[in-house]
Design a protein around this ligand. Structure first.
Ligand code: PEP
Ligand code: MN
Length: 339
């Protein structure tokens, strides 16, 4: 339920309402817009009388929220959220590019990629140290050693960093080395992991599950925010369909749908969704055109010899050409971006 206060409602009236809600054992989430203040409620509403609430001074109306996700809901928080990641941010007004290898392989590999993606306009370095591979015999990542290389790459380039986590141990290690953690598609409904991510104190990139509906995805985000961590960014990375020409099917319509449903920033991953470097550039442009807040793109110094996801990785040249080509798309949607 949300309580919409009258435009220019007095501070005292807002305080009186929030006090009444808290006295009844519920949590209050205030969203102060330029015009109106919205007071969101989380908890057991059976203890609360909506009739009583409606007669409080400056209350305009009471709106029930039927969706099971509340804190992630746009009705709760009408302004879009900006999430700070290290020294950069993801949200309205700019386009944030996260780029880097699928997996951190060696220190030299990571550093050379970090410099190349930075030169082309990326502000966040991605690199997997814990790889949830389909086959147990595939390269599983360097674990904490990989995180240390991420930290070194940050120190050398000034890029912010993100790494996927697959367990509580990985979260505990990641908080020591990187600026943002990623919950991958395969763990989107690992509710224990989501809660741990919520308690980590780091911003979280939540990728869409391979077969997840948008509402299931938003409920997963709710798990993280409900632990007191509002810094969640959603990443559309393609879903399973009958189509086999691409690795997954990029559901770009999720971007405008999410805009209606949530205040959280939304980025798009054209690499894992298409599975081929050939399709990354057109889908990246399309993602910017439909007003995504950012992109996650896999880049490798030598895709043919990459230990994971080589076929979808861009070379340095292709990545730089793509970021150059994104400029007019950013102008189109009014976002700042420097390639
Ligand atoms: C990744 O980004 O490294 C990854 C494994 O992606 P996803 O979880 O979307 O498959
Ligand atoms: Mn990958």
């Amino acid at each position: 339920m949300i309580i919409v206060m009258k435009p220019q409602a007095a501070e005292q009236s807002i305080r009186a309402v929030t006090q009444y809600i808290e006295e009844n054992g519920l949590q209050v989430h205030l969203s102060k817009g330029e015009e109106v203040t919205i007071i969101g409620l989380v908890g057991d509403k059976s203890k609360l009388s909506t009739e009583t609430l409606s007669i409080f001074k400056d209350v305009e109306r009471i709106v029930p929220i039927t969706e099971s996700y509340k804190l992630a809901n746009r009705k709760f928080h009408s302004q879009p959220t900006t999430v700070q990641v290290g020294n950069t941010s993801i949200g309205p007004g700019n386009l944030t590019i996260m780029a880097g290898p699928c997996a951190v392989e060696t220190k030299e590999q990571l550093l050379s990629i970090a410099h190349a993606v930075k030169d082309a306009g990326a502000t966040i370095l991605r690199g997997g140290a814990y790889k949830p591979r389909t086959s147990p015999y595939s390269f599983q990542g360097l674990a904490e050693e990989g995180l240390r290389y991420m930290q070194e790459a940050k120190a050398e380039t000034g890029l912010s960093t993100i790494c996927e986590v697959v367990s509580l141990d990985a979260i505990e290690a990641a908080v020591k080395y990187v600026d943002m953690i990623q919950i991958g598609a395969r763990n989107m409904q690992n509710f224990i992991l989501l809660k741990e991510a919520g308690q980590s104190g780091l911003p979280v990139l939540l990728k869409r599950g391979l077969c997840a509906t948008i509402d299931e995805w938003l409920n997963a985000a709710e798990y993280i925010i409900a632990e007191g961590n509002p810094n969640v960014v959603l990443c559309e990375r393609g879903i399973r369909t009958f189509e086999t020409a691409t690795r997954n099917t990029l559901d770009l319509s999720a971007v405008p749908v999410l805009r209606q449903k949530t205040h959280l920033p939304i980025i798009v991953d054209p690499s894992h969704s298409t599975g081929s470097y050939k399709y990354v550039a057109p889908m990246a442009k399309a993602a910017v055109a439909c007003d995504a807040d950012g992109l996650m793109i896999e880049v490798h110094n030598d895709p043919a010899h990459a230990l994971s996801d080589g076929p979808q990785s861009l070379t340095f040249e292709k990545f730089a050409a793509l970021t150059d080509a994104l400029a007019p798309f950013c102008t189109l949607v009014g976002r700042d971006f420097k390639a």
